[in-house]
Design a binder for this molecule. Structure first.
Ligand SMILES: C[S@@+](CC[C@H](N)C(=O)[O-])C[C@H]1O[C@@H](n2cnc3c(N)ncnc32)[C@H](O)[C@@H]1O
Length: 345
């Protein structure tokens, strides 16, 4: 064989190996999503994510996207946004085959900004411990639905809390299973001022943005969709002030605008996982500390390993860790559905 032919063959072989390694990585990512995240939460997504991990045409499509745009959540939501719910693997492959341009466009232009107002249920007990009234600042607020916590009702099993602000009986009620000595408040804390910060605030006046938020709720989670609808309607009547900005650079300025005579609280839920590397998260924590604000974090435990090390073992996989000024106090269901309190607060 001539020298050029050998070199060309070598390049083809190396290219194939690189491609196989890339597809294997994507396949593992989707299989892990199916087993660890979708199982038990959405049968449809479990099945579809597993299919992606097994079919070359689906892996090939996902491999055409930049690495940071390949998440299962984003792909499955984009397919649904463009084509509707795939009932089975054949549907999914057909949708990707016929609409890959549009699906790619959604995956490149949107991010997973799921806004889950039910997470307010796990924040409320801590907020109620603080001197009132509160000035709330949520970083990574998405559409700002978690800033409207006084518009919602809460059911903690042995205690029910009515909304502080009436919305004609249309307020969603968030059910939260509790264990441990949860300091369940008698009433919703008084909120004097509120503001959000997000890289890309969702504008609920836009039907497209609202539709995207709904698409991010997994199929089969109808109760979540109904509550999201109710919260969106409340937010349309009471638009939260969510400013475009980066929590790494724009927080101190926002804190400075909070009114005097309030307890300023900086909180975040399901956000810091998107901020990397770890030193950037630590930098954010140091900034909050410097502002003197109270700091409430509701994140996956891996987000701040040094805080997680001080917590007792989680009662179940997938729980978020709630911490207050860097001290862990409770494990929380990722969608606000449970609260296991171990703090001494
Ligand atoms: C998964 S959503 C969570 C929304 C809301 N906190 C909740 O729990 O419903 C994460 C949000 O964080 C925002 N985000 C990610 N990195 C950010 C940053 N560096 N600065 C501000 N917002 C950020 C994203 O745009 C997105 O809206």
């Amino acid at each position: 064989m001539q020298c050029e032919a050998i070199v060309a063959k070598h390049f083809v072989e190396v290219g194939t190996l690189v491609q196989q390694a890339e597809w294997k990585g994507i396949s593992d990512q989707y299989a892990a999503f199916a087993a660890d995240e979708a199982r038990g939460s959405s049968e449809a997504y479990e099945k579809l994510a597993l299919a992606v991990s097994q079919f070359d045409d689906l892996l090939e499509f996902i491999a055409t996207l930049p690495v940071e745009r390949r998440q299962p959540n984003l792909f499955l939501a984009a397919v649904r946004h463009v084509c509707g719910i795939a009932r089975n693997v054949d549907d999914l492959r057909q949708f990707v085959h016929t609409s890959q341009g549009q699906i790619r466009e959604v995956m490149l232009s949107r991010t997973t900004q799921t806004n889950e107002p039910a997470r307010c249920a796990v924040l409320l007990p801590l907020l109620a411990q603080l001197a009132q009234p509160l000035a709330l600042i949520e970083v990574g607020a998405s559409a700002g639905l978690c800033l409207l916590m006084d518009h919602y009702g809460y059911d903690y099993g042995n205690a029910r809390i009515e909304p502080a602000v009436s919305d004609d009986g249309h307020a969603p009620v968030f059910t939260c299973e509790v264990s441990g000595k949860v300091p369940i408040p008698n009433a919703i804390p008084r909120i004097a001022w509120r503001a959000g910060l997000d890289l890309n605030p969702i504008d609920l006046r836009s039907e497209r943005d609202a539709a995207w938020l709904e698409t991010l709720v997994w199929p089969g989670q109808d109760a979540r969709v109904a509550r999201l609808h109710a919260a969106i309607n409340i937010a349309r009547r009471n638009p939260p002030n969510v400013i475009r900005g980066d929590l790494l650079t724009d927080l101190a300025q926002l804190v400075a605008t909070a009114p005097n005579d309030t307890t300023v609280v900086v909180f975040h839920t399901a956000v810091l996982g998107y901020v990397a590397p770890q030193s950037a998260r630590e930098q954010f924590a140091a900034t909050v500390k410097k502002t003197g604000a109270e700091w409430i974090s509701n994140e996956a435990p891996g987000v701040f390993p040094s805080i997680a090390r001080k917590a007792p073992p989680s009662p179940a996989r997938g729980r978020f860790l709630i911490s207050w000024n860097g001290a862990p106090v409770a494990w929380a269901g990722p969608h606000g559905q449970s609260l296991d309190w171990f703090g001494t607060t």
